[in-house]
Write a protein that binds this ligand. Structure first.
Ligand code: FES
Length: 106
């Protein structure tokens, strides 16, 4: 199992176990993590799965794709250096462990 740590804007922390191939967005929704919406179902078309990856976990991730880059510019909370779309990051394929901060709004 692969662990994702979600840090909410209000200070709470939730740990979620992911099967390989499951995205951060899907894992958050399946486990009731607040403030991840995933409106488009993971098609990189909504930016309601915006997460900010903690610095120590960024190096293992693939580069931001063109669609992801465009959508992050449309996120409800301004993107920062660690911003990614949670639907584009999959356990096992892209990370073996990860910690993300959740923006205040999606
Ligand atoms: S779920 Fe829509 S962009 Fe990720």
């Amino acid at each position: 199992m692969i662990t994702a740590t979600f840090n909410s804007a209000s200070g709470g922390t939730e740990l979620v176990q992911l099967e390989p191939g499951v995205s951060i967005m899907k894992a958050a929704i399946l486990n009731g993590v607040g403030n991840i919406v995933g409106e488009c179902g993971g098609q990189a078309m909504c930016a309601t799965c915006h997460v900010i990856v903690r610095p120590e976990y960024r190096g293992q991730l693939p580069p931001i794709g063109e669609d992801e880059d465009e959508m992050l510019d449309c996120a409800a909370t301004a993107r920062t250096e660690g911003s990614r779309l949670g639907c584009q990051l999959k356990a096992g394929e892209h990370f073996s462990a990860i910690a993300v901060d959740l923006p205040e709004t999606q």
